[in-house]
Design a protein around this ligand. Structure first.
Ligand code: SF4
Length: 381
């Protein structure tokens, strides 16, 4: 049964140098047709497996950039969502947003349409770094948009930050963190830059034209991030996420709990009835298939028990609370301790995890090399 719904809006007015998401330039795209197709995909999917949609807790509009749409398009999209998705148990309805696109009109359309959480892509408060990574907004846009969002009625606002950016110094990162924390928001996410294939940064990196901070400096930036968030009373509840009490993101927790969710839109991924699936990514093809009253599936994969086990550890250990014995035994009918005996004892020796009567979680040391720790559960070392 799905706990959440993800809806992909693959349009952007700018293309960031580090981005490998499924997105295209907004201009000349069939945006209205795409919104129409989203409505049809939702209707078809819910009609096919209505029992999977009886307890939806969260909806997440991501992209691309949902705020690349006009206020009228946002209104239309939200009408279609509330028409096709059973909303009675939805508690959290989030939208990603770019600070320089979020007009008062769009904020009102989002708010009136039921969105109650905004996740804004700020990335940095340093203008030279913003330009370097291909973002078009300024700090003034961020301040003004947050104030406007509050005036419209939003209080659950999060911003995304990035570190490990080309040429970024520790001073610049500290300054960004201070400016971000001065906003006194209830939630912050911060990610290190990863140079992904098929991005502008990847080409620059391959040509030796991208100078990144050293691994040590990047690790120090992560340490400073954790310290500053803690000093401001924000609880780290996942490797990259920090929140005041009552403001953790339920939608993201669905992924980390390895629970099911429906994904709609071009290139969207979902996990329904034990099957992980992805949709076709090209926008025109997506629209064409859906308009023929067919589901736009590209891949479907029935998740094996072994894969579920691995995912439970891989995803669950991202949470500061880790993986509990209770949830593990309930899902798999066996004990985590028996299954991963050797891995657990080695990771304990290396002080990368904690293990107690509640479950397993990363130590602070483990959080710095989370991916390496997760790998050990994948290969069952
Ligand atoms: S990072 Fe966001 S705004 Fe930038 S290109 Fe990617 S999807 Fe678009």
């Amino acid at each position: 049964m799905a706990r959440g719904v993800y809806i992909h809006i693959p349009f952007c007015h700018q293309i960031c140098n580090y981005c490998d998401f499924n997105k295209v330039f907004f201009k000349n795209q069939p945006v209205d047709e795409y919104i129409e197709a989203l409505g049809r995909e939702m209707a078809m999917t819910v009609a096919k497996t209505p029992e999977a949609f009886t307890n939806i807790e969260t909806i997440f509009l991501g992209g691309g950039t949902p705020t690349a749409l006009s206020a009228q398009q946002i209104e239309k999209l939200l009408q279609l969502i509330t028409k096709h998705i059973p909303m009675s148990s939805v508690k959290e309805f989030s939208s990603e947003a770019n600070p320089d696109e979020l007009t008062i009109e769009k904020l009102q359309a989002l708010y009136n349409g039921g969105v109650n959480r905004l996740s804004m892509g700020v990335q940095s408060f340093d203008q030279s770094l913003l330009t370097k990574i291909g973002r078009t907004h300024s700090n003034e846009h961020v301040y003004e948009t947050i104030q406007n969002a509050k005036n419209v009625g939003f209080e659950n606002i999060s911003i995304d930050l990035m570190y490990g950016l080309p040429g970024q110094t520790m001073e610049q990162w500290q300054d960004t963190l201070e400016k971000a924390l001065a906003l006194k928001l209830p939630h912050y996410s911060a990610y290190s830059l990863i140079v992904e294939p098929k991005t502008i940064f990847y080409i620059q990196y391959a040509k030796g034209k991208l100078v990144l901070p050293t691994e040590d400096l990047e690790a120090s930036m992560y340490g400073v991030l954790m310290d500053k968030m803690e000093a401001h009373g924000l609880q780290q509840y996942e490797i990259s996420n920090f929140a005041h009490e009552g403001y953790t993101s339920t939608h993201n927790k669905i992924y980390w709990d390895n629970d099911e969710y429906a994904g709609f839109g071009a290139g969207a991924h979902g996990y329904l009835n034990g099957i992980r699936y992805s949709n076709v990514a090209p926008i025109k093809k997506y629209i064409e298939i859906v308009m023929e009253e067919k589901l736009p599936l590209l891949h479907e994969h029935e998740v094996t028990v072994e894969e579920k086990l691995e995912e439970q550890m891989f995803l669950g250990l991202r949470k500061t609370a880790g993986v509990t014995h209770e949830e593990f035994e309930m899902k798999f009918n066996q004990s985590m301790e028996d299954l991963y005996k050797e891995t657990i004892s080695r990771l304990l020796e290396e002080q990368l995890i904690e293990f107690d009567t509640k479950g397993i979680r990363l130590t602070r040391k483990g959080r710095f090399i989370g991916n390496e720790v997760f790998q050990r559960f994948l290969v069952g070392e």
